[in-house]
Design a protein around this ligand. Sequence first.
Ligand SMILES: [Fe+2]
Ligand SMILES: [Fe+2]
Length: 202
Amino acid sequence: MGDSLLSRLAPSITNMIRVDHTHVQTAIRQYEVASSMRVKKGIADNICLALEIHSQLEEEIFYPALRLVSDTETLRKAGPEHNEMRELIARLRAMQASDAAFDDTFYALARVVMHHVADEETILLPCAERLLSDRLGEMGAEMTKRRFELTAPRTGELAGSVARSMSVGTVIAAAGALAAGGWLLTRGRTADRPWSHRIWSR
Ligand SMILES: [Fe+2]
Ligand SMILES: [Fe+2]
């Protein structure tokens, strides 16, 4: 359906992945050791939920398509890195923010995320844009549809963590993006990419 209306209107899956990354990175930067336990737990919960959904979307839609056209070390490492994140997420979820190991576990997760995101943005996304260019819009539409399916049962969890993380008046971008379909909120980000600029400027 490469030429269908849907695939021409949908933002590319690679830009949607970049926007998800930006929101998670923003939320990571909002975490401060000195913040209240409630805020730290709220931010951590937001990040964990956003990462779980993002990873599942990549594993179901993005990685399988890329594997059909490419076989790189970075792509082979991506699944195991998601599993490493899941292990840290499980440990973080089981802890209270008052736990002595909470900050260190949070930052261990942040390190894995930043390294993984850097590999995806410098190797996997450009690779997809070279090899899957005619399918990126269609895959973006598929990712949006699946995102709503995965997010719908978790809206209560999402609202609770957002409320806690915002008690200092910060807006947690990861959670907001997750709820609203983040790419809608950041039209300017890809203004240097003529295709998406044209779509998003309508
Ligand atoms: Fe990933
Ligand atoms: Fe990613």
